[in-house]
Design a protein. Structure first.
Length: 120
């Protein structure tokens, strides 16, 4: 992405995945000429399982290369995990979460807040 030289917009947004989704879900998908700065991600286990775990990673190379941010992160039964480290998603990046599942359905609700800077 080129360095922005003009004016743009900056908007606080949110994305979510409910536990009705598959065991792998896409939280955010990058957009050309946008910088998405993740502020926080809240992951809540809602299936009452004692050994739920998830991975969180960025696919940053259009279909192939996964960069793991978390691996085998445990969440207790009906527990909550909060990620509050900031990072950016741009262009062709996709932020994914993959976790424990029951019959192929996720056991996690995921809430993500981020700032979307639009330079298009």
């Amino acid at each position: 992405m080129p360095i922005p030289t003009g004016s743009g917009t900056e908007v606080l947004k949110r994305a979510y995945i409910d536990a009705a989704g598959e065991s792998e879900g896409t939280i955010l998908t990058g957009v050309t000429n946008h910088i998405m700065t993740v502020i926080s991600i809240i992951v809540c286990e809602n299936a009452n399982l004692t050994d739920s775990q998830f991975d969180m990673y960025v696919d940053y190379n259009l279909g192939g290369t996964d960069l793991y941010l978390l691996r085998n992160q445990g969440v207790g039964s009906k527990g909550t995990f909060v990620w509050s480290d900031r990072f950016a998603i741009t262009g062709t990046d996709k932020l994914h979460i993959e976790g424990s599942s029951v019959s192929g359905t996720s056991v996690f609700d995921v809430w993500c807040t981020y700032i979307d800077q639009d330079w298009s």
